[in-house]
Write a protein that binds this ligand. Structure first.
Ligand SMILES: Nc1nc2c(c(=O)[nH]1)N[C@H]1C(S)=C(S)[C@@H](COP(=O)(O)O)O[C@H]1N2
Ligand SMILES: [Mo]
Length: 317
């Protein structure tokens, strides 16, 4: 395992290169088949509460190319315009209020229909092999961003716990602690925030768990210390601050579906042809851009289509 501790104020490429150049350079490297690791860039570093840690992914994203022509959204935007109702309902609330979340010590309990249940320490995940994925993120509210996430594929992580043949779904749960999460005192949503995937969706190579973004440890407001990242689904599937993962036999409840079942389904695949009852899903506003752009089927990830072969996506929204 390669670990190098950097001084907290150390800069890396993504800190000093303007965003478009950063993306272009990475695309260039991907074209050459050269990973960041091959260039001897620093790998994981951890510190007190993980706050000043700098991450560097081992492998370049397969999807670096796919973000082609699409500018990576400014870090400043992604870390100040958030949805995280445990910390307030205004977009600017989480950046301010989520600082009260203690992300160390932090463990993730994994159990249910599996042969090897266990509890994982977040620092062991940060010390593992990380890769970068540049993904589009499309909120059901019709805004979107492009984010370079640092983390690891969900499927191989889940397989470590040896799910049984009864594991048809995976259920995810956010930490629930009213002391640290002021807005959970209000009944805006049912707490803890819960989400779920069908097991084959969870095993799809695009399904990802993020521990960082832009080469840095995930800010609290973006879901530290561990957040699901499912790029072909509406943003609310990407549950933040995961404390528990369970393999289950039946479709698990999900927070926004419990809130309004006719508006938010279990699948929640990005679909420009199925409108939200109260607004169109045909177009979206990319934060930082002036004009709206067309929303793409599965958010522009057509390789997931086979997961839904034969399903009526108007019915299974
Ligand atoms: N625990 C929890 N996870 C959550 C939410 C939330 O309110 N609580 N909001 C979701 C929604 S609606 C979106 S769009 C994304 C927003 O992620 P971002 O703030 O990093 O852009 O987080 C999702 N994960
Ligand atoms: Mo969202």
């Amino acid at each position: 395992m390669l670990i190098r501790i950097l001084p907290p104020n150390a800069l890396r490429e993504s800190d000093v290169t303007p965003e478009p150049m950063y993306l272009d350079r990475r695309r260039f490297l991907a074209g050459m088949g050269i990973g960041v690791a091959a260039l001897g860039l620093p790998l994981t570093a951890c510190s007190d509460d993980g706050k000043s840690a700098v991450l560097a992914p081992l492998k370049l994203a397969r999807h670096t190319e796919e973000a082609g022509g699409e500018k990576v959204t400014e870090f400043e935007t992604v870390s100040t315009y958030n949805n995280y109702y445990e910390f307030g309902t205004d977009k600017s609330d989480p950046a301010r209020n989520a600082q009260s979340l203690k992300t160390r010590p932090w463990t993730i309990k994994v159990d249910g229909e599996c042969e090897a249940p266990g509890t994982v320490d977040i620092d062991s995940l940060l010390a593992g092999t990380l890769e970068e994925r540049i993904y589009r993120h499309r909120c059901v509210e019709a805004w979107s961003i492009v984010v370079p996430w640092d983390g690891f594929a969900l499927g191989p992580f889940l397989k470590r716990f040896k799910p049984t043949s009864k594991a048809k779904y995976v259920a995810f749960e956010t930490l629930y602690d009213p002391k640290q999460m002021p807005d959970t005192r209000y009944g805006v949503l049912d707490w803890p925030y819960v989400e779920g995937l069908r097991i084959d969706e969870a095993m799809h190579p695009l399904a990802f768990l993020s521990v960082g973004m832009y080469g840095k440890v995930l800010p609290n407001q973006d879901g530290a210390p561990l957040r699901l990242t499912i790029p072909w689904k509406y943003g609310y599937k990407s549950i933040k601050a995961i404390a528990r993962i369970r393999f289950v036999e039946t479709q698990p409840p999900t927070t926004w579906n419990k809130m309004a079942a006719n508006e938010y389904g279990f699948y929640s695949n990005v679909n420009p042809h199925v409108d939200h009852p109260r607004w169109s899903q045909a177009r979206e506003r990319r934060l930082g851009e002036l004009f709206k752009r067309d929303t793409l089927m599965f958010n522009g990830y057509p390789e997931v289509a086979s997961l839904y072969a034969g399903m009526d996506l108007k019915r299974y929204y």
